[in-house]
Each structure stands twice: as C-alpha cells, then as structure tokens.
Design a binder for this molecule. Structure first.
Ligand code: AMP
Length: 393
C-alpha cells in the first residue's frame, strides 16, 4: 500500500449521521447493524451474493460474490466508510477496499483472527492466556504433543472452522492417525490444544474507537448445544471479581490488538477461577445479541459509533436477560404458540423480545432469529424458556 493510502486509513475520521456505511456481508449481523445505525440516521449498503437477504431487506444491496473485486469497488464508491460482518474476508478484497475507501478497522486484525495460531500469539502478546497449544505438522508431532498435554485434547484446523467444525476431540491415542488424516485433508494447518475442563464458557464484547476509547459489555455466560450457541445468560452466574477480570482482559486485547469496532472475546472459566481465551471475533457476536434490549447501548449501535468515531455509548445493563437462539427447527413452534407464550410470560412477569432475521428457509440448525427474555432475574427467564418447550433437546 502506498504511504498516502496508509495515511488515509490511519487517520481518524468522524462520520456523522447521514453518511453511508458499506457492509461486507449481508447476513443477520449486517441487518441488525443497519437497523441500529438507521435509527441514528446513517445509510447502509451491503455487498452479499444472496438477493433480498437479511440485510438487503433493510438496506441497499449490491448482489455479488464477496470476492468480486468490481463489486467491492462499487461498494467503496457508494460508501463513506466500510465495515464487515464476518471475518473470512478475502485478503485481496480487503486490501483493495483499504486502497479505495476508508476502512477504519484495517485488515491486520482480520488477518490475525483468520488463523488460530496467529490469533493465539497475538493474544499472548497482549498479556492474556490461552489454553496451552502446539502447532502440528505431522502425525508424529501430534502424538508427541498429545503425550505432553494428556488426553483428551482438541485438534483444530487453523483456518476455516466455525461452530465446532474442523475440530476433533482426541480421547484415545488410537485416534491420532485418523484425526490427523481427516483434519489435514483440507490442506489447512493444524493446532492442538490442551482440553480445558471448564466450569463455564463466557464471552465479553469490547468496543474501541479510532481515538482509543474502549468500553466493554457485561460478560455473558454461554451455553452451547451441538457446538451452536443456545443461551447467553446475563448477568453471568459468576463472582464479581471474575466478571471484572473478564472485562479487563477483553479491554487489554482490544487495546493490544489495536481493534477498531467490536471485538468479541470467548473465554473458558475453570473451577479454580482461571480464565483462558478460546477465540476472538472482530465483529458483532451472537453472544452480544442480549444487549439489544438489555443494555443502554446495543452492540450494533456501539459498533456503528466506533467505526464512525463517535463517543462510545454507555454499556450498563438495564435488566437481567437470557438470550435464546431460534434455529430452523424452532421457528414453527415459536410462531404457532406465540399467544400462549405471551400468557406464560405475563404470569412470570417476563418480556420475551422476538427477533427474526427474515431468512426464507428454516433449515434445521440454521440461525433464524433469537429471543431476548427480559426478567427480574435470570432464573425466571430460564423458567419461561423451559415452559415454552420449544427448546427441549
Ligand atoms: P471453537 O470453535 O474453538 O469455539 O470451539 C467450539 C467449542 O468446543 C467450544 O465452545 C468449547 O465448548 C469446545 N472447545 C474448544 N476448544 C476447547 C478446549 N481447548 N478445551 C475444552 N473445550 C474446548
């Protein structure tokens, strides 16, 4: 990149309402970003290959593949500032956008978080601990590292994995050959992690603006089913000092990695009270959807404020909340029994706020929406979720 272009992207520009924000990606995260930003007066244009997708329904859209350079150039032309809603942005497109437009988030953090090894090294460099890990280049190295960490341990592809895909929990030394064969087939580099016997999985979302202001949202306690986020419980059922520690380390990561916009930090909490970072996402995160009604500022508004260099919003929690994801199989029962659920909600004095993303096909396990269940305490919200019987596994 030329010095002039670097300079342009490094400078702090403030984009006032009325400006157009271009989003690479047009899924639910883009949709909720556009909805929150439109309320303040920003305009949005998304680039996504699916016409009339979740974001395209509420913003302008350029219908093209993510790696279509011409379409990306068109996005640059129509936008005052560009952000993204997924991290697997094509490196070529990212550098072209950096050259032709204003991308305050830059491409370095994307480059770091696209690769588990790079990400772990960056987290460690920020002074935060990750689960012990080792780069794996052969079945022999895998055997040696598994011996060192002990079983079980988790083999992961360094790139391309999500929702538990590209992972193998090795429980016996007999599995080593097959695990290595299977995961290395894609050609991806591999990393072995010690298995953390965690008590809870937590996440903290931090926001940082180009001028260096940082704010964190309250930690969420996350419960996964089949590796897909099922519940986020806030306040997390953890001691106050752990809550503080989790927010502090998210802040340290946002500062250490020079993030702009949101960065979600996923954590394991051990029974001894130790925190290990599992992974990062430099974008709005599913575990932050609870902020939409439960915080003074939602993660989506905060992201818009951060990339536009506005003062960040107050992240205080207004009410206990449980976010429950609505997957393909949950949509039909949710809609069919809405009236009955409202009755139960009234009795328990909870407010279930339904969000649906406008996706057409309710495919099994596909994220279609979520419900933020606001209540006097998280137990009551969990009770309502149980009573609906929609999420019985
Ligand atoms: P990931 O794709 O890295 O977020 O992993 C998906 C899920 O696998 C996590 O949410 C954990 O429940 C589990 N997991 C991943 N890595 C580890 C680990 N090192 N120790 C224990 N559980 C893990």
């Amino acid at each position: 990149m030329t010095a002039e272009k670097e300079q342009r992207n490094a400078e702090q520009r403030t984009l006032l309402p009325g400006s157009t924000i271009g989003i690479l990606g047009g899924g639910q995260l883009g949709r909720m970003m556009a909805l929150a930003g439109s309320a303040i007066g920003y305009r949005f244009v998304a680039l996504d290959p699916t016409p009339d997708g979740p974001c395209g329904q509420v913003s302008e859209q350029i219908v093209a593949a993510y790696d279509d350079r011409e379409a990306a150039r068109e996005l640059a032309k129509r936008s005052d500032v560009i952000t993204y809603e997924f991290e697997n942005v094509d490196a070529d497109v990212a550098s072209m956008l950096m050259a032709e437009s204003y991308v305050p988030q830059g491409s370095e953090l994307l480059y770091t978080t696209q690769h588990r090894l790079r990400e772990k090294r960056a987290i460690e460099a920020a002074g935060v601990q990750v689960a012990p890990y080792s780069e794996i280049r052969s079945a022999e190295e895998l055997r040696e590292a598994a011996n060192r960490f002990g079983l079980p341990c988790v083999l992961k592809t360094a790139t391309g994995g999500y929702d538990g895909k590209g992972q193998w929990v090795i429980r016996s030394f007999d599995e080593i050959g097959e695990a290595y064969e299977t995961l290395s087939r894609s050609g991806a580099e591999l990393v072995l992690e010690q298995f953390i016997k965690f008590d809870k999985e937590l996440s903290v979302i931090a926001a940082r603006s180009p001028q260096g202001e940082v704010r964190t949202f309250p930690a969420a306690e996350n419960i996964h089913v089949d590796n897909i986020l099922h519940l986020s419980i806030v306040p997390a059922r953890i001691a106050e000092d752990i809550q503080r520690k989790a927010e502090e380390l998210a802040k340290r990561i946002a500062e250490g990695l020079g993030a702009v916009g949101l960065i979600a930090v996923e954590l394991f909490l051990t029974p001894e009270g130790e925190l290990f970072v599992n992974e990062l996402a430099p974008r709005p995160h599913n575990s932050g959807h609870y902020t939409m009604e439960a915080c003074r500022t939602s993660q989506f508004e905060q992201h818009v404020r951060a990339v536009c260099n506005l003062p960040l919003g107050d992240t205080s929690l207004l009410t206990p909340v449980v976010m429950v994801n609505v997957l393909g199989q949950h949509v039909e029962p949710l809609l069919a029994r809405m009236a009955r659920h409202d009755e139960a909600a009234k009795k328990l004095n909870v407010a279930p706020k339904v969000h649906l993303y406008g996706k057409k096909d309710a495919v099994h396990k596909r994220k279609m929406g979520h419900v933020n269940v606001l209540a006097a305490d998280v137990e009551t919200a969990l009770h309502w979720i149980e009573e609906t019987k929609i999420w019985k596994v």
